[in-house]
Design a protein around this ligand. Structure first.
Ligand SMILES: C[S@@+](CC[C@H](N)C(=O)[O-])C[C@H]1O[C@@H](n2cnc3c(N)ncnc32)[C@H](O)[C@@H]1O
Length: 391
């Protein structure tokens, strides 16, 4: 493909990404892959170049662009050499007068006042920087010292004792250690959430919002003798857990929940858990460096809905923890209402609960919890709080 044809392809992909962000469709990564499935003429260099253009255009645009063309026109501000590709054969239509690049911006205006006060403006660019690829060593079956030399350009993650850091866009799915279940892909921030749980071998642990089981797998590796139930309301996500658990040789029971009947479906776990992890659905504002189009998906209405769901899930979790037991609440968010604000409201209305400092490296105190941020900690952004129920 010529440079002009790549630019046109990026415009077409971005049109789909914009529609998908509006309609809650698949993420940009999936759209890029799908776009090339039926375009056999594109080689791997073309695919990589188009993907790169698409993500650069998304990163520089805080608000959802009007269309793919407007998003790509934005790139001409930083890369004026793109201007001459407009109007070339197989390239985009020529630029017209007044079709100027919008200035680059990191954070949508309406979200700025929602950010935790800890996330000050100098930190904003880090929210969109390309993230490294972090691996978590399955410490039940191997060690970081043993595995680190098996990966090229690998360094130990500075905060998690379980992590190996590789450069952005590294691939590991064909690495023997991955196939053998000795490592999983997991951001260091997620590893720290599992560390904040301090799981013990005889614990009964419920991972209430387990998704595809990333954190449940980390808990199982850290405490192989624990009983772990992993629940989620999304069948497709939860169905990814059993094969991952099999690869890791971890014992985790999955259970699909059907809101609003979660508490009935968890009747056998009422006041029974030593630990409930609530890794709640959230804005994802801590993971924009991986999913920059997450900024285009979020709306004030969506945020309000998410905050309502988080509150509901905290209420459910509180019923499942035994007296003297603990709950860890986490969101991959940098927004106060989803983090410190949510926990302040919970503690206000649940007098038999107190907060404890989650004993993890990194992060800064934010209300009753800790906030990890890309700028301060080099991890995805997370709020985490550890709560204890009175005996
Ligand atoms: C942040 S994700 C979890 C990620 C996962 N813990 C991991 O480490 O990969 C939040 C999850 O909450 C789930 N969820 C949303 N509403 C729920 C509910 N009412 N009960 C259980 N899970 C729910 C979503 O399907 C989603 O998978």
């Amino acid at each position: 493909m010529t440079p002009a044809a790549r630019l046109q392809a990026a415009i077409e992909v971005l049109d789909e990404v914009i529609a998908s962000a509006r309609d809650d469709g698949p993420p940009a990564d999936t759209i890029v892959t799908r776009y090339f499935k039926h375009r056999r003429y594109a080689g791997s260099k073309d695919r990589r170049a188009v993907r790169e253009l698409v993500f650069r255009a998304i990163r520089r645009s805080a608000e959802r662009a009007a269309n793919g063309r407007a998003a790509i026109v934005g790139l001409t501000q930083d890369e004026p050499e793109f201007v001459e590709l407009f109007g070339q054969p197989r390239g985009p239509e020529p630029l017209v007068d007044g079709e100027d690049a919008a200035p680059a911006a990191t954070i949508p205006e309406w979200i700025k006042p929602e950010l935790s006060p800890l996330v000050a403006e100098p930190e904003w660019p880090a929210l969109l920087e390309r993230a490294p690829l972090d691996l978590r060593v399955n410490v039940a079956r191997s060690s970081r010292d043993e595995l680190l030399p098996q990966f090229e350009n690998a360094t130990p993650t500075p905060l998690s004792p379980w992590g190996i850091r590789l450069p952005p866009d590294s691939r590991v799915d064909d690495h023997p250690a991955f196939a053998a279940g000795l490592v999983e892909v997991q951001d260091e921030g997620s590893q720290l959430i599992a560390l904040a749980c301090e799981p013990h071998d005889r614990d009964k642990i419920l991972d209430l919002c387990a998704g595809a089981g990333g954190k449940a797998l980390a808990l199982a590796a850290a405490a192989p003798g624990a009983t772990i139930l992993a629940t989620d309301s999304n069948r497709a996500r939860l169905s990814k857990l059993p094969p991952r658990a099999a690869r890791a040789a971890a014992v985790i029971e999955p259970r699909l929940l059907n809101p609003p009947a979660e508490l009935d479906e968890l009747a056998d776990w009422r006041e029974a858990a030593d630990l409930v992890l609530v890794d709640a659905p959230c804005s994802g504002s801590g993971t924009w460096r991986r999913n920059p189009e997450g900024r285009w998906r979020l709306t004030p209405e969506r945020l309000d809905r998410l905050i309502g769901t988080q509150k509901r899930l905290l209420g459910i979790a509180a019923e499942l923890v035994k007296p003297g037991g603990r709950m860890v609440y986490a969101v991959c968010s940098l927004l106060s209402r989803e983090g410190a604000g949510q926990i302040a409201a919970f503690l206000d209305s649940h007098s038999s609960w107190i907060s404890e400092d989650p004993a993890i490296a990194g992060g800064r105190s934010d209300g009753a919890g800790r906030l990890l941020t890309p700028g301060h900690d080099g991890t995805d952004g997370f709020f985490v709080a550890r709560l204890k129920r009175a005996c």
